[in-house]
Design a protein around this ligand. Structure first.
Ligand code: ADP
Ligand code: MG
Length: 368
């Protein structure tokens, strides 16, 4: 919902640019979804996207703007300005500073001025440890991949993370060894992901840790109950494919039931993995079916959520498919966040997931 009258705001921002000698041209109605107006001065031609929403701008919006600027339609622009009336999520800064994105400046409009943002805000202190489980009663849906890269998104945002391997196959241990260090953006301090077995984790031994991500075993009974009890959030990866859809609803049902045996408080999030974002029509149909099934399941449990893949999904990517190739090469453990042609879809997706979790959950309330 816009916070103030959008037209007034647009006029105010436009006049700020006009005072600085910019020629302003409003976007046509068809172009409005991509940018709000354009600026021209000498050789420069800038697409300006003005966002007037209560919530901070997320990586999802930034990515859409980048997509537009990289397309032929956006090619005539020499750069982009993304201007928000409510600031930007920490993940937006992480994304900007770690990707070789097209030339974009972030501005916050406040007190009739634009403040150009350079620095990410320091991560806010976390009072309590947040436990996040990644659990589906099924193998091969992406639990290990998602837990490692979700931990990676926290680390990119400056939090040290513990990644607990609850699976007897110990895939995390094989893939990441004792852990991995992620350097911070542009010379800033990075953060560490430490991989532990469940019996190696104790809160007293790691007093600075505020985030624990658990890669669960698909066999419910193999997961130590004391961990499931502690989960504040649980991510339930699933895949949107026709053969699996009814079966998947059943798997989701079993997964919900298993968690609820010992934990009635955790917020449960169904997350689509292996998403093919270019398959609009088929995705829409399959998504509607799964969403309907999910609604039935969640009727009696308000803490179950279905993350609409239009908002956040983990896209199918070659980087995630071949994650672990370092084992074959005998090189150092790493995550699949490396940019290819300047972009990393996995990084964007996991930062979006973090944005979503920070925003959407009532976890603070649930803890009281
Ligand atoms: N988004 C994705 N895109 C491409 N490949 C993926 C993706 N997520 C997982 N994979 C691949 O799917 C396989 C199973 O994933 P994994 O995380 O091991 O599942 P689980 O832990 O649930 O058994 C792995 O080979 C992984 O590389
Ligand atoms: Mg696994």
């Amino acid at each position: 919902m816009p916070t103030t009258n959008s037209l007034d705001l647009e006029q105010t921002v436009i006049s700020l640019f006009q005072q600085e000698g910019w020629q302003v041209r409003l976007a046509s109605p068809e172009d409005k979804k991509d940018y709000t107006f354009e600026l021209e001065r000498g050789e420069e031609c800038i697409a300006v996207q003005l966002r007037n929403h209560k919530a901070k701008v997320h990586v999802g919006y930034l990515e859409k703007f980048i997509d537009f600027l990289e397309q032929p339609d956006g090619a005539r622009f020499t750069k982009g300005f993304l201007i928000s009336t409510s600031g930007f999520s920490p993940s937006v800064f992480t994304y900007m500073l770690t990707e070789e994105v097209v030339d974009i400046s972030l501005g916050t409009f406040k007190d009739s001025q634009i403040f150009w943002e350079m620095e990410p805000p320091p991560p806010p202190p976390r009072e309590e440890i947040t436990y996040i489980g990644v659990f589906t009663c099924k193998g091969g849906v992406g639990k290990t991949t998602i837990s490692a890269h979700l931990a990676g998104a926290f680390a990119l945002n400056g939090y040290d993370v513990i990644l607990v391997d609850l699976d007897r196959q110990s895939n995390l241990r094989k893939l990441l060894g004792d852990g991995v260090y992620l350097p911070g953006p542009k010379g800033s301090l990075g953060a560490t992901i430490t991989v532990l077995n469940h019996d190696e984790w104790s809160e007293e031994d790691y007093p600075d840790i505020k985030v624990v991500v658990c890669d669960c075993s698909p066999e419910y009974d193999a997961n130590p109950e004391e961990f499931i009890k502690r989960f504040h959030y649980c991510i339930i990866p699933t895949i949107l494919n026709p053969l699996g859809i009814n079966k998947n609803a059943d798997v989701i049902k079993r997964t919900f039931r298993a968690i609820r045996q010992v934990n009635s408080e955790a917020e449960l999030f169904v997350l689509i993995n292996n998403y093919h974002a270019d398959e609009d029509k088929r995705n829409e149909v399959l998504n509607d079916i799964l969403k309907r099934e999910f609604k039935d399941l969640a009727k009696h449990d308000p803490k179950c959520h279905y993350i609409d893949p239009e908002m956040v999904a983990i896209r199918f990517s070659k980087q995630l498919l071949y994650w672990g190739y370092h084992l074959v090469e005998g090189s150092k453990p790493q995550l699949a966040f490396r940019e290819i042609a300047g972009r990393s879809f996995p990084k964007a997706d996991f930062l979006k997931l973090l944005d979503y979790l920070e925003d959407e959950t009532t976890i603070e309330a649930a803890r009281e």
